[in-house]
Design a protein around this ligand. Structure first.
Ligand SMILES: Cc1cc2nc3c(=O)[nH]c(=O)nc-3n(C[C@H](O)[C@H](O)[C@H](O)COP(=O)(O)OP(=O)(O)OC[C@H]3O[C@@H](n4cnc5c(N)ncnc54)[C@H](O)[C@@H]3O)c2cc1C
Length: 557
């Protein structure tokens, strides 16, 4: 097998060496009984889930980094946490991420061991906390209406019926909710409340999504309930999440000797049954256009990223709308579909990937070479870039939102260049200022729509390069599901195969987060390797705050 190191790292190796002294493993590493020092680990997919799994195997499982290979179909690692480009070609990122320090227990557990690339001697966790102490979120223009007026958001707009229904939903069991949808539990008026506009656009919920997942969000992010209008609980990384999370982690892994094999799609997994257990024996891959087989020996481990929310996504340009791709053109779901066929313990991918109409939306990234858009936004919203978070045009047909992050947002972003990100939950609708659905629009037309809602002159975006991005499966994890539709990180009956993705079953935690993939990785590694260290608990905000939640519901008018 080729062992191609995918990326040359600009940062000196001595940081990593220094880090080993400063950030050595927190727990005494153990050698699991069922593995030897010659055991190998193969990670299929190079998203944050796989990178985290590799780090946990090294830090907590004592597996040498040189025994680990990450096989990624794309040309770079990071998966959905991508961000690329430059000032001339324009920057693009599929997503802009919010994190919290009240949750994300596994992510920060990991990031405490990964050296910062911007703050020598500190960890990624420390640099993030310090950055957020300097730049606190306090949105002053969370919702904007059709008159370009900032909508008052002190009131959540609940009726008595909304409050009762929300309480009932938050207390229902997952078994009783089954595969029901949010609309099965909340009346129509709820979907017109300021709360719904803020909550749904903060977390990308649609009314037809899973009631179980909505309930999990209410409980997991209960602390956000009382500060959703200012986004005060939201934390940001210094740069975009590729530069601030993926690059430091990948740098650390490279220094440990982990092999990164890009442009390599695993197309099949051969197995045998031993003591009634599923045992992977080899991986069939297509690497750089050539077929290869990787033998998986006794004691070796395999981790599969079963599908991706950004599968089949496509970029457009100022002059072209993004191509409309489906899973048939990407092959990203095929391996999970093949494995799960006839094996209920591996889940049911068709529950998540059968309706693009219910799962897709579009985002866009705008690169500007003068400050006028940022200046006008500051004047309009009252927020410096990086302190406001999402601004949602609540009456816009596309349900358009934008975020102006702290600048620079890219590690290589020159002074005088400004980058912001936005997205629409209803890209299938005709715009208010452009007589087309967003999906038919190129970047220039998206800017026309945005400036229309802001009543900004077109000159404000004269230097702009807007790159749209269509993501057909972006909310596929939110599709209504039942117990058993997602495999456990280590499915029952599996000896050496684990699943690390957004499509696994983890009690209490919520999908569409970096945390979910990192938690899945930590659970899978600890179980397969027999690591005794405990996976951090999901913080029980809900238990301690349920009474407070009830009081809040009663208090909000
Ligand atoms: C627009 C957007 C906004 C978001 N907002 C937030 C937010 O605010 N807060 C937050 O915490 N999270 C957010 N997220 C979610 C977060 O980014 C993801 O949950 C996380 O990055 C998923 O990581 P992953 O490793 O599980 O999967 P992915 O990043 O999807 O990686 C899977 C990788 O596996 C590869 N792969 C799959 N099959 C194969 C195969 N057979 N062979 C080889 N390679 C394969 C794919 O190419 C892909 O690179 C957002 C995501 C997006 C896209």
């Amino acid at each position: 097998m080729r062992a191609t190191v995918a990326r040359e790292f600009a940062l000196p190796r001595f940081w990593s060496k220094l880090a080993k002294i400063a950030f050595g493993p927190e727990s005494a590493p153990q050698t699991p009984a069922n593995m030897t020092t010659k055991s190998k680990a193969y990670l299929i997919g190079g998203g944050i889930g796989s990178l985290a799994a590799a780090a946990f195997m090294i830090r907590d499982g004592n597996l040498p980094g040189g025994n680990i290979s990450i096989l990624e179909a794309a040309p770079i690692l990071g998966g959905s946490l991508d961000a690329a480009g430059d000032a001339d070609r324009g920057y693009s990122m599929r997503g802009g991420r919010m994190v919290t320090t009240d949750n994300y227990e596994c992510t920060w557990d990991l990031c405490k061991s990964i050296p910062s690339l911007t703050r020598p001697g500190k960890s990624v966790f420390q640099e993030t906390v310090e950055f957020n102490e300097r730049h606190q979120s306090n949105s002053m223009a969370r919702l904007v209406d059709r008159r370009r007026a900032k909508t008052p958001v002190a009131s959540m707009g609940f009726s008595m019926q909304d409050r009762l229904e929300l309480l009932r939903l938050s207390q229902a069991t997952e078994e009783s909710l089954g595969a029901s949808r949010i609309t099965d539990h909340l009346s129509l008026g709820f979907f017109e409340t300021p709360f719904w506009y803020m909550w749904s656009t903060t977390f990308a919920f649609q009314p037809w999504h899973s009631a179980v997942e909505f309930k999990r969000y209410l409980l997991r992010f209960m602390l956000e309930f009382s500060r959703i209008e200012t986004l005060a609980g939201v934390k940001r990384t210094i740069y975009n999440q590729y530069d601030s999370l993926v690059v430091p982690l990948q740098t650390w892994l490279a220094d440990q000797g982990v092999h990164f094999v890009t442009d390599c799609r695993v197309t099949d997994i051969a197995h045998k049954t031993e003591d009634e257990k599923f045992v992977v024996t080899s991986l069939q891959c297509v690497c750089a256009g050539e077929s290869e087989a990787i033998a998986v020996s006794d004691g070796d481990l395999v981790f599969l990223q079963n599908a991706s929310m950004t599968d089949a996504s496509s970029l457009g340009s100022m002059t072209h709308a993004p191509a409309q791709r489906t899973k048939a053109e990407s092959g990203g779901w095929t391996l999970w579909e093949r494995l799960a066929d006839g094996r209920p313990e591996f889940g049911r991918p068709q529950v998540f990937n059968s309706s693009i109409a219910q799962a897709w939306w579009e985002s866009f990234t705008v690169t500007l070479k003068d400050p006028s858009f940022f200046n006008q936004m500051k004047q309009f919203s009252g927020n410096e870039a990086g302190t406001g978070g999402l601004v949602t045009f609540k009456d816009s047909n596309w349900l358009l939102s934008i975020v102006l992050a702290f600048q620079p947002h890219f590690a290589n972003q020159p002074e005088g260049v400004y980058v912001f990100w936005g997205y629409s939950l209803f890209p299938d609708r005709v715009g208010n200022f452009v007589p087309k659905s967003m999906t038919e629009c190129n970047g220039a037309e998206i800017l026309t729509e945005l400036c229309g809602h802001l009543r900004f002159d077109p000159e404000t975006t004269a230097t702009a390069n807007c790159i749209p991005c269509r993501m057909p499966y972006i909310t596929s994890m939110f599709m209504p599901r039942e117990k058993g539709d997602r495999p456990f990180p280590v499915p029952s009956g599996s000896k050496n195969l684990a699943f690390v993705s957004q499509f696994v079953e983890i009690p209490e935690d919520v999908v569409f987060t970096v945390e979910y993939s990192v938690r899945a990785a930590q659970m899978a590694v600890y179980e397969l390797m027999g690591v005794e260290r405990k996976v951090p608990n999901v913080t029980p905000h809900a238990k301690s705050h349920l009474a407070q939640f009830e009081a809040l519901l009663k208090a909000f008018k």
